[in-house]
Each structure stands twice: as C-alpha cells, then as structure tokens.
Design a protein around this ligand. Sequence first.
Ligand SMILES: [Zn+2]
Length: 212
Amino acid sequence: MTIIKIEQHCPCCNKKIKISIVYTMSMFGINTELSCIGPCRNSPIINVCTFCNYVFIDCHQSIIKKKLLQGLVNSLWYSDLYNRHYKSQPFYLLFGLYKILGLSAGLQNEMLRYNYYGSNKIKDLELLCEQYEILLQSYDKLDGLYFFMQLMIGEYNRRTRQFEKAKDIFMKLKQTTKSDMDERELQLIHKRCDFQLKLLKQKNDKLEIYKF
Ligand SMILES: [Zn+2]
C-alpha cells in the first residue's frame, strides 16, 4: 500500500494544507466482518485542517454544503465533538457531523462501519448493526447494500453467541434467489452464508477469514 501527500485547499476554510491520500493498494481476501486482508485499508484516510480543525475524508466533500459546514465547524458544538473524539474515534466524529449535516443514513452508517473497523470493539459493531436494523425496516431493494447489512448483522449475532438468530439470517439469505445483483454476486453471498453456517455449527464466535 502506498500513501502519498498532496497539497490541497481545506474544504472548509480554504487555506492551503497537506493531505494524505491512498495511491495504491491490493487486497488478498476478506474477513467475516467484511473487512479486507492484505496491504489494503478498510477505511479512508482521515485528514484534519491545522487551521480550522475540520476533520474530513476526501471522497465526500462534493456532497457537503460549504456554507452550512463553515458555520458548524466554527461552533462550540463542533469543538466539543472534536475534543472528545478526534484522537480516539475520528470516524465517530464524522458520524456526528454527517448526522447534523443531514447526509444520508447510508453515509452516516459508513462512518460507523469505519469506526468499528478502527476499534474492533463488539460494542461498536453493535452500534452499527442497530443502525442497519433501522435502515432495513424501510429498505425495499435487494441490492449489494441489503446483503451487506444482513451479513454484518448475522456476523454480529454469531460473534455475540446468538447462534440461532444468526442461523435464521444466513438461512434466509440463502433462500433469497432473486435479487437486484447479478447472478455471480448472489452466488458469492450464498457461499458466504454457507461458510457462516459452518462456523455456527461449530459454535465458533471468533473473527474468521472467508474460505471456500
Ligand atoms: Zn480549514
């Protein structure tokens, strides 16, 4: 994996700052928590502006309204969020910011997913899965995100030894034969379910690598 530094204007205060970006990476496999294995990153690089303390990841800047952002970043609310979370849980800070900015639930949840990948704490996985459950209540597509959320909830249940609950989820996914994805992608999901069901039979509650 190669990370390089480039010069850019801060998306908030417009001063010139140096930010890091991922230049190349490669992936060798995937874990049951759907994070990658290899010289790859499971989350984007966090950058912070040394002038205004704006914490950001580069890929979402185009959808954030600048005027709203500047007011927020200058507020006491933001400095409190920054002081509490920047060092320990920067993606949790972004979750808070995205929520206030009114960005989609999908983007908010993405921040919680990176937050979990950074901490590896089951309570952070629980927080993420709670949000997935809420989103799924009104989710009417059978697309990649749908299966991703279900696989993560199944993983959470297995890791917390709620084996029956996990089994129901993976069985249900296996019985879903029509989806908004192509045939090959759906087959891959079914294989992941088979692997999870095998772990459930063994009452395995550990993080594993998908092998099939
Ligand atoms: Zn700035």
